[in-house]
Design a protein around this ligand. Structure first.
Ligand code: PGA
Length: 261
């Protein structure tokens, strides 16, 4: 297959990245408690560990995670610097707190908050301007999978998300492949399904940029990842970790981060 060369060169050198997506869960004080509880469980030098928490808890999360291997990420941000955008969070507000990552274009934001591939692209460009690493989400619905258009759909999402993004920027991005039908449903994609789409995403990045960029970019799988499914998923050549919702709020997240132990 055309992407084998890319896999061979890259898969050994890419560090796994496992991120928790807390969604709209935990108050600021509960955030402190949960990070304290998870701190000793998520130590793994071979993995980048990120906790993406609600905006209101980002400050206490950064403080609580200081001196640990946990980086803090936001779950969303706006693409303007400042101004009359009631309720939105600017990128400079995130960097001021020490936030390193931001999830962009999660399917829940696309579904409930009218985000589009175009707003995703604007946010990705803005995140790079501020040195924040975007975790860019893509994924198909069950209907799209049944129609056999998954790969075409994902390729389109990826192509628009990366418009005007340079190769130097793109190689530091994280892409999260999250089939919508697998999110919060307990229906994890099969290892083959997840690997197939992640390989197609890497090939698409190779077409947009070059083999080197494709080999360096990290691609996560997300959707009902559990301590049981993580080892096999993360052993796939094109899956560089996971974006974890429900299980990131439990001690099980420690087992997911230590999937290789
Ligand atoms: P889940 O959520 O692990 O609860 O399915 C994943 C996500 O939405 O990022």
């Amino acid at each position: 297959m055309y992407q084998i060369g890319i896999q061979k060169r890259g898969s050994m050198s890419r560090k796994k990245i496992i991120a928790g997506n807390w969604k709209m869960n935990k108050t600021p004080s509960e955030t402190v408690q949960l990070i304290e509880e998870l701190k000793p469980l998520v130590k793994n030098d071979e993995v980048d560990v990120v906790f993406c928490v609600p905006a209101i808890s980002l400050g206490v999360a950064v403080e609580t995670a200081k001196g640990t291997n946990i980086s803090i990420g936001a779950e969303n941000m706006f693409y303007e610097e400042s101004g009359a955008y009631t309720g939105e969070i600017a990128p400079g507000m995130l960097t001021d707190l020490g936030v390193k990552y931001v999830i962009i274009g999660h399917s829940e934001r696309r579904e409930y908050f009218a985000e589009t591939d175009e707003t995703v692209n604007k946010k990705v460009l803005k995140a790079y301007e501020h040195g924040i690493t975007p975790i860019i989400c893509c994924g198909e619905s069950l209907k799209q999978r049944e129609q056999g258009i998954t790969i075409d759909w994902i390729r389109q999402q990826v192509k628009i998300a990366f418009l005007n993004v340079t190769a130097d920027q793109a190689k530091t991005a994280v892409i999260a492949y999250e089939p919508i039908w697998a999110i919060g449903t307990g229906k994890v994609a099969t290892t083959e399904q997840a690997q197939e789409v992640c390989a197609a995403i890497r090939a698409c990045i190779g077409e947009i940029y070059d083999a080197k960029t494709a080999a360096e970019i990290r691609i996560q799988y997300g959707g009902s990842v559990s301590a049981a499914s993580a080892p096999e998923l993360f052993a796939q050549p094109d899956i560089d970790g996971g974006l974890v919702g429900g299980a990131s709020l439990k001690p099980d997240f420690g087992k997911i981060v230590n999937y290789n132990k």
